[in-house]
Each structure stands twice: as structure tokens, then as C-alpha cells.
Design a protein around this ligand. Sequence first.
Ligand SMILES: CC(C)(COP(=O)(O)OP(=O)(O)OC[C@H]1O[C@@H](n2cnc3c(N)ncnc32)[C@H](O)[C@@H]1OP(=O)(O)O)[C@@H](O)C(=O)NCCC(=O)NCCS
Length: 150
Amino acid sequence: MEIKKISSSATYPVRHEVLRKGKPIETCQFKGDDDENTVHFGLYQKEQLIGIISIFKEPSILFSEKNQLQIRGMAVLEEFQGKGFGAELVKAAENYCINLNVDLIWFNAREKAVPFYKKLGYTSIGDSFLIPDVGIHFAMYKKIHKNIIQ
Ligand SMILES: CC(C)(COP(=O)(O)OP(=O)(O)OC[C@H]1O[C@@H](n2cnc3c(N)ncnc32)[C@H](O)[C@@H]1OP(=O)(O)O)[C@@H](O)C(=O)NCCC(=O)NCCS
């Protein structure tokens, strides 16, 4: 297994399959994908891209921390889910954030994925809300303390 930085367009096949199934490929392009502060990581097994995570420099009004990053586009191909790859991707994102002295990571989690993130130490905040065409979400976050997250 290898996790490395990839281009935004390299994420589209996995975003499409897992997050935007049956929708036009254009829906896989997110605003800010190619901003200079945005990064995308891909998890490869035997040279196949099986999981992705993207990190955007985007603060949320829910938090007062100065240096916030947002996770988006977190996905593992269905046949590889439940094998620990998603957790590895979140850890890679957290390590990236620690190196940037980020104070807080936040994201809008699909209702179904909330238990996954809770296992990784994330907390939900506020009421659920509907993202049209995608489903019910909860805002979640984790405060980052340098050198504490492994
Ligand atoms: C959510 C997702 C990224 C998790 O990745 P994954 O590789 O399947 O998760 P992992 O195998 O790393 O799971 C880590 C832990 O969380 C648990 N977990 C994962 N998904 C879970 C779920 N839906 N409900 C409860 N627990 C879950 C696993 O059992 C595992 O627990 P363990 O450490 O005790 O064994 C992946 O299932 C996925 O892509 N789902 C569809 C798209 C999606 O919902 N993306 C998130 C958008 S916010």
C-alpha cells in the first residue's frame, strides 16, 4: 500500500464511482480543486488507485481556530472498504495538517460515515443538514495538537 499526492483529475474516477455514481462526471470536479493550497492524496495497492482524500484550505464559520483545513472527497472503492484503507487516508491527511501547524480539521460527513469518523476521534457538531443530491450530513471536526496525533 502506498499513499501519495495526486492531481485533482486523478481523483475523478474514484469520486465518480463512490461519491457521484450515475451522475455526470463534471459533478466530480469540486470548487477549489486546483487552488495552490489544495492537496489530493491517493492510496494505491498494486498500482491501482483504490482510495482518495482531498484537503482544502477552507475555514468554517462554526469554529474560531485560526488555521483550519477542510477534508472533502473521502472515498474508498466499495470492494476495498472495511479493510482499514480509509483510516490510513485520514491519518495521512492528519499528518499533512500537523506539518502545516493546522489547529483544526473539519468536514461535512455523510450520515453513514459518521461512525467511521467517530472511531478516528472526530466529533460532530450541530444538527444534521441536507446537501441536495447527496444526502444528510453532519459537520465534524478534530482539534490538532502538534505531535499528539500519530
Ligand atoms: C467511509 C469510508 C471512507 C471508510 O473507509 P473504509 O476503508 O471503509 O474504512 P476503514 O476500513 O478504514 O474503517 C476504519 C474503522 O471504521 C469502521 N467503519 C468504517 N465504516 C463504518 C461505518 N459506516 N459504520 C461503522 N463503522 C465503520 C471500521 O469498522 C473500522 O473499525 P475498526 O478500526 O474497529 O476495525 C468508505 O467506507 C467509503 O468510501 N464509503 C462511501 C463514501 C463515503 O461515505 N465517504 C465519506 C464521505 S463524508
